[in-house]
Design a binder for this molecule. Structure first.
Ligand code: CU
Length: 267
């Protein structure tokens, strides 16, 4: 009786896990927002997630079914039958070491291209525009843009445009930010884009992404950075190329507005 109970526990556990995997995408339980990655690299990262999920699901269900089967068989055995003690099976041990090894190696090779695209290869195209310098500090994001029609330099320029907790980028083109921190470690995280990068003291780290849909997305800190970590929240606003240019121009004019109307200025 007891053996059958445990068989049921393991089989139901496996079935419930499978059912959860099947319905999760429909209820957007896996990923934030609409469930869809809104950057080109994010879509590739999600694909990796699903590949790994399938591997895990097969192994998990296999293990539970095997466990259930053994318990069931044991429960059916008459109690006079003596137990057999085994001191291991070398062939079996080699098999269950080699197979996971091969699976892990295959996954490592399979994900290399995505990793290289995100971390290395695509930093170098010359047409990649560094749109802003993002400086994390306890507890906010300070963002610096070049003035309209200027390029962003590593050192601040008097014409630069500043915002706090409000990062704006054009959609449908790769853009980069230059990530820094003024104090401790923080992490730049935009869940809907699947973009996450630690900010390290003393380092300037380029982070690139291409947003595929205009909208406003959460920008949060994903590294416990002090008592105010919870409120270190900004937003990333993805705009069409024209809207972005118009916004930057407006922000530039507002920032340098001396309060004197155009008509009243004497020259
Ligand atoms: Cu932080």
């Amino acid at each position: 009786m007891e053996g059958r109970f445990w068989t049921l526990v393991f089989v139901i556990f496996a079935a419930a896990a499978l059912a959860a995997c099947a319905v999760a995408p429909a209820y957007q339980l896996w990923f934030p927002g609409s469930g869809e990655a809104l950057s080109t690299i994010g879509a590739r990262i999600d694909h990796l997630f699903y590949v790994i999920l399938v591997v895990i699901a097969v192994v998990f269900v296999g293990v539970n079914v095997a466990l259930g089967y053994v318990l069931w068989r044991g429960a059916k055995q008459p109690s006079e039958v003596k137990a057999v003690y085994s001191h291991g099976n070398q062939t079996l041990e080699v098999v269950w070491t080699v197979i996971p090894g091969v699976i892990l190696l295959a996954l490592a090779l399979y994900q290399m291209d995505v990793w290289a695209s995100f971390r290395m290869r695509e930093f170098y195209p010359q047409d990649m525009r560094t749109i802003a310098e993002v400086t994390a500090r306890q507890f906010e994001w300070r963002i610096r843009y070049a003035a309209p029609d200027k390029t962003l330099e590593a050192d601040p320029h008097p014409d630069d445009v500043y915002t706090v907790n409000d990062l704006r980028v054009p959609v449908n083109r790769p853009v980069a930010i230059s990530l820094r921190t003024e104090d401790v470690q923080h992490a730049f995280f935009v869940p809907e884009l699947r973009i996450k990068q630690d900010a390290l003291p003393g380092k300037r780290i380029p982070v690139w992404f291409e947003v595929t849909r205009p909208g406003t997305y959460d920008l949060v800190c994903a590294e416990l950075c002090g008592w105010g970590h919870y409120k270190m929240k900004g937003r990333l606003v993805a705009l069409s190329e024209e809207d972005y240019a118009a916004w930057l121009k407006q922000a530039f004019e507002d920032q340098f507005d001396d309060g004197v109307g155009e008509g009243e200025k004497s020259d």
